[in-house]
Each structure stands twice: as structure tokens, then as C-alpha cells.
Design a protein around this ligand. Sequence first.
Ligand code: SAM
Length: 209
Amino acid sequence: MIPITDSRIEEYLMGLAPEDNPSLLAMESRAKALGFPIVDRLVGRFLYILTRIKQPRLVVELGSGFGYSAWWFARAISITGKVVMTDYSPTNIAYAREMFQESGLSDRVEFRVGDALNIGRDYRDIDILFIDLDKHQYREAMEAMIPHLAPHALVIADNVLWYGKVVEGEDDPETRGIRDFNDFMTGRKDFFTSILPLRDGVMVAYRLS
Ligand SMILES: C[S@@+](CC[C@H](N)C(=O)[O-])C[C@H]1O[C@@H](n2cnc3c(N)ncnc32)[C@H](O)[C@@H]1O
């Protein structure tokens, strides 16, 4: 494993990103206690900014866990917008419901339990697609969702550097899945794609038409 960002830099950045929302802090503590992978605060704040700039009508998340990343989208989206959360786990979605209720954000969120690849296809004209499900599924998910994206949609994907394994010659299904997804996206002429080495690597791809 290769640390993407030096831990001292990450600590410094975290010091510059104070948050006091009780639901947010509770979700961060839960992730720490369970060792559950969330995008983390630095990426969350980045999602918030992208959402404010884009002003989406519809955000669809593939792989929402218990709602941490969705919380950032919901906080940033206007009251007329909607964030669709998807996760296999009813326990995760039930916890997310509680957190969104507590934060007064539930009216902007649709909570869906099941396979994100099936659920995602229920929606059209998606302005922001966020991909954070099992890593071997990234490309399949993307290919399935392209016809469901709005013109000039943003696709954001987490973990695209996969703890540095993408450059270490690892050949497990997850690393292969991420490499394949990165090659697929950067090879497409209809998306302009950029990868930020923030936390575990965040891809932002802009649909050109
Ligand atoms: C990395 S976590 C998501 C974390 C979340 N995006 C966040 O930052 O708060 C991945 C989640 O995706 C879910 N998942 C993986 N593949 C899925 C699929 N095909 N359909 C639905 N959920 C899936 C897992 O249950 C897990 O909770």
C-alpha cells in the first residue's frame, strides 16, 4: 500500500476543516468505531462544493453505506433537488434515515435498499452520479448508467487510486476493477476526466455533451 497523502498533510488539512454538526460527527464516529469506509470529511467538503457549483436537480449515489457522502450532497443541494441513496444493507439505510431526520434533510433524500445497479436504472437525467460501490463493479455500473445521465452531467467516483494498489502491480479483482474503470473513463472522448490524489483518489468526469 502507498499512502496517497502524507499523514501530516492530511492532519493539517483536517485542522483546516472544522465541523460541529452533531449528525455529521456521529456518522464520523460510527465509521471510526466500525472501521467502515466513508469518503471522509475532506472529500465530503469537496462533494459539497461540486454540488453547489453544479446545482443539480438529481444526484444518484451507487453505494451509500450509512449516508455519510449522501449527507454532504443533501446539505449542498437546493430544496427542489433530490439525492437518491442506494445500499444493499437495510441497517445502513435505516441509520441514514435517522441521521437525515435529525439534520432536517430527509425531504431531499430517497432511501433505496437493494442492488444499486438495478435501482440506478430507475432514474433519468441524472446530474451527478456518485460511484462508491464494490470496486470490481465500477465499470459495469458506469456503462449501465451512461444512458441515464443528463447532458453535462458530473460523474464522481471514490477510491480510484485504491490505496496505491493501482501502481503496485496488484492483480486482485478490486484493483483490476479500478484500473479498468480508470482506463475506461480516461479513454472516452465524451467525458473530460480528472483524478485528484485526495484521500484515496477522487475522479471527477464531466460529460461534454
Ligand atoms: C464504501 S461504502 C460507501 C460509503 C459511502 N459512499 C460514504 O462515503 O459514506 C460501499 C457501500 O456500498 C454498498 N454496496 C456495494 N456494492 C453494492 C451494490 N451493487 N448495490 C448496493 N450497495 C452496494 C456496500 O453495502 C457498502 O455499504
